[in-house]
Unconditional design. Structure first.
Length: 167
DNA sequence: CCACGGTGGTAGA
DNA sequence: TCTACCACCGTGG
């Protein structure tokens, strides 16, 4: 019954490294940046449900497109049920930021009707389980400065540069 | 409770 | 410009 135990993990090979995607029974639940540490051994060779294979194809295409600065196109269903109500609100707002565009933490806070929860928005961005596809990297500080990034600021710079965003 | 952030705004040098 | 300081709020210990 533990959702974490039922997650299926699959790699996504990209020019910038091997991402890891994890699926619940309702969709893509997590996406990890390539880690320096190579995972020693991996997933069972058990056949995956057709749904997962279909979702993973969508994830792979969308991720590669995004990394290439192209429109991601069709996304797999996203399982964001792991977050708190507040976090899901923020993530929903993040998904409305189109490619090549940015918003500030304050703007997100206002968009979700909690103008004072600015720092909390930062926290929610950091808790985003599906970076890149849920574009938390498009949130900058109010002064149009870079702000922070859980996955490492290098990634944030890379992703923004790929979309043609100037800081 | 308390402490901590991927903040923002203000004040002063 | 940059630094210092503080109000603010959701999360996790």
């Amino acid at each position: 019954m533990n959702p974490a135990n039922s997650l299926v993990e699959l790699p996504v090979l990209t020019p910038q490294g091997k991402f890891l995607a994890r699926y619940s029974n309702t969709g893509l639940a997590e996406l990890d940046f390539p880690s320096a540490r190579e995972s020693k051994r991996a997933s069972s060779r058990k056949p995956f449900p057709a749904s997962v294979r279909r979702w993973h194809r969508a994830t792979t295409t969308a991720l590669k497109q995004s990394l290439a600065g192209q429109n991601p196109g069709h996304l797999p269903p996203l399982d964001l049920s792991g977050g708190t109500a507040f976090q899901q609100c923020v993530w929903r707002a993040l998904r409305k930021i189109s490619m090549g565009r940015t918003k500030s933490y304050g703007e997100i806070a206002r968009a979700i009707g909690k103008p004072k929860a600015v720092r909390a928005v930062g926290g929610a961005c950091g808790a985003n389980p599906i970076p890149v596809l849920v574009p938390c990297h498009r949130v900058l500080a109010a002064n149009r400065k870079l702000g922070g990034f859980s996955g490492g600021l290098d990634w944030k710079r890379t992703l923004l540069a790929g979309e043609g965003v100037e800081i």
